[in-house]
Design a protein around this ligand. Structure first.
Ligand code: DGL
Length: 263
């Protein structure tokens, strides 16, 4: 008998906790597909790293997911999508990849005033891919692009109620309030974890948009392996106990064991 190949799964990665917001949506939309998530906690955050570093980590994580049976990979990170999805697609031309990018087009369509804001990591805002998205989809809209250094670092601590985090969110949202935007895009998968604080800082008149639903829909469109069975595995290159605590407390996933992996 030949040794069994790992059953086909959707592999998902992010620098850390952020991609869990995408994973949660994948679980909702594809309940019968095995999901394997890797948080690259040992190397988080990516948002202040070089493009070369982000590409090298993305290649290593995708290689790891492939070896574990991933037949589709969701890059649940705007920063890695901006800097590495092209490299990944070149490396595995036959493997479907789903990226995560700020939805400029739907945000412009949703805005009544034509003034929108984008919150994202410094590396995403600086990327050629983001500038290209703006050039293609912003049209006549005024777009306030706000890089948010430090925000992912604070979210990664797992203390989503800290005064320091609240203060930073208030500071980062101030330019959006001044510009009187009516629509703000969360251009980083970590930010929906602090959606309540962002909404409070922006004011109730601002609609806050995320991208996870669209990403999961795209994964569903590209998935061709049927329903091999519901299962969800979580891995981290960092501390397994911290991740386990976080998913238990914040996402309510109490029964999931988290494995530490070296990637
Ligand atoms: N969650 C990420 C993103 O969507 C990465 C944030 C980071 O590691 O800086 O951009």
């Amino acid at each position: 008998m030949s040794s069994a190949a790992p059953s086909p799964s959707i592999g998902v990665f992010d620098s850390g906790l952020g991609g869990l917001t995408v994973l949660r949506e994948l679980r909702r939309q594809l309940p019968e597909v095995p999901l394997l998530y890797v948080a690259d906690t040992a190397h988080a955050p990516y948002g202040q790293r070089s493009p070369e570093f982000i590409q090298a980590r993305s290649l290593a994580l995708a290689e790891h997911l492939r070896a574990s049976g991933a037949e589709l990979i969701v890059v649940a990170c705007n920063t890695a999508t901006a800097h590495a999805i092209q490299t990944l697609r070149q490396h595995w031309p036959a493997l479907p990849f789903v990226g995560t990018e700020p939805g400029i087009k739907p945000a412009v369509a949703a805005s009544k005033s034509g003034r929108i804001g984008v919150l994202a990591t410094p590396a995403t805002i600086a990327s050629a891919r983001y500038q290209d998205l703006l050039a293609r989809h912003a049209g006549n809209a005024q777009v306030i692009s706000q890089a948010c250094p430090g925000l992912v670092d604070l979210i990664e601590t797992g203390d989503l109620g800290s005064a320091e985090l609240q203060l930073l969110i208030t500071e980062l949202c101030a330019p959006m309030r001044e510009a009187q935007v009516d629509t703000v895009l969360m251009g980083c998968t970590h930010y929906p974890l602090v959606q309540t604080q962002l909404q409070a800082a922006l004011g109730p008149q601002v609609q806050l948009l995320n991208i996870e639903t669209a990403v999961a829909q795209q994964a569903e469109r590209l998935w061709t392996h049927g329903a091999p069975g519901a299962s969800m595995r979580l891995q981290t290159t960092g501390d397994a106990a911290s991740l386990q605590r976080f998913v238990q407390q914040v996402l309510g996933w109490g029964d999931l064991a988290v494995e530490a992996v070296a990637v």
